[in-house]
Design a protein around this ligand. Structure first.
Ligand code: ADP
Ligand code: MG
Length: 253
């Protein structure tokens, strides 16, 4: 995508679970090259919004357009093919396989001749290609030294980076990250922030759902703050930090 191109349009999205309105007519946009933070207290509706954007949950009303097409009509493979990729809040990995093997598993989506064929290893050239791509993405985020370690032996920080490498295998324009800094030590957070800055510099757009206010402040172009399912405010990190409503809602002061 061109820099500044409208990638994601979230327009008055609503999600009800029975009588509970988890997300109440929330709107925001993401343009190519931006890192957007989505923050708010527990239960604010962040994860639900994230799942509406990534097409995992169906909308009660409103719309989510990714590069001009509604994500509601696309399956996860089509969404990935259009250039949206996500990680999960809890690391999904096979602990006794190497980092490279774990990342390569995510590469099946990219296989032109289909998932089943790739899984049955009918095409060795294609398998090499998948592994080559996984290797490339691990190098891209500075994990070349850990490629052949068992994933289960990594600390949480590198495991989260491994998940990002896997998400990058489908060559996304927009990366969705659900609380990537949760549970990380300070140094690991810094390493993660550095990788995300680099990806942004390479032209990627990122939607970051986070609880860690400080992490989001130093990294994002704009922040959407949610409370009780609604959008409280949207602004630059400076604007959000200065907002009395945000202080009251989020910091409880
Ligand atoms: P956050 O990620 O900001 O903590 P969530 O999006 O997970 O908030 O949750 C928002 C609200 O929706 C909460 O009250 C939560 O209990 C409720 N909720 C989330 N998912 C479901 C579900 N599948 N069924 C019923 N209620 C849900
Ligand atoms: Mg959540």
């Amino acid at each position: 995508p061109e820099p500044g191109e409208l990638l994601l349009e979230v327009d008055k999205v609503r999600k009800q679970f029975g009588g509970l309105v988890a997300v109440n007519d929330v709107s925001f946009k993401i343009r190519a090259g931006e890192i957007i933070g989505l923050i708010g207290p527990n239960g604010a509706g962040k994860s639900t919004t994230f799942n509406l954007v990534s097409g995992v949950l169906s909308l009660t009303s409103g719309k989510v357009n990714f590069r001009g097409l509604p994500v509601g009509g696309l399956n996860s493979r089509r969404i990935a093919e259009r250039g949206m990729s996500r990680t999960f809040q809890h690391v999904k990995m096979i602990a006794d396989m190497t980092v490279l093997e774990n990342v390569a598993l995510g590469g099946y989506l990219r296989s032109s001749s289909g998932t089943l064929r790739a899984m049955l290893r009918l095409d060795r050239a294609e398998e090499r290609c998948l592994f080559a791509e996984a290797e490339k993405q691990l190098q891209r985020i500075g994990m070349q030294g850990q490629m052949h370690e068992l994933a289960g032996n990594l600390a949480l920080g590198p495991q989260r980076l491994m998940e990002i490498a896997r998400a990058l295998c489908t060559d996304p324009a927009l990366l969705l990250l659900d609380e990537p800094a949760a549970g990380l030590r300070h140094k690991e957070k810094q390493a993660l922030a550095e990788v995300l800055r680099q990806l942004k510099a390479e032209g990627l757009s990122i939607l970051l759902v986070e609880h860690d206010m400080e992490f989001v402040m130093g990294l994002t172009d704009r922040i959407v703050v949610m409370e009780f399912g609604t959008k409280l405010i949207e602004g630059t990190p400076e604007e959000v930090q200065a907002s009395p409503e945000v202080r009251a809602a989020y910091l409880g002061t």
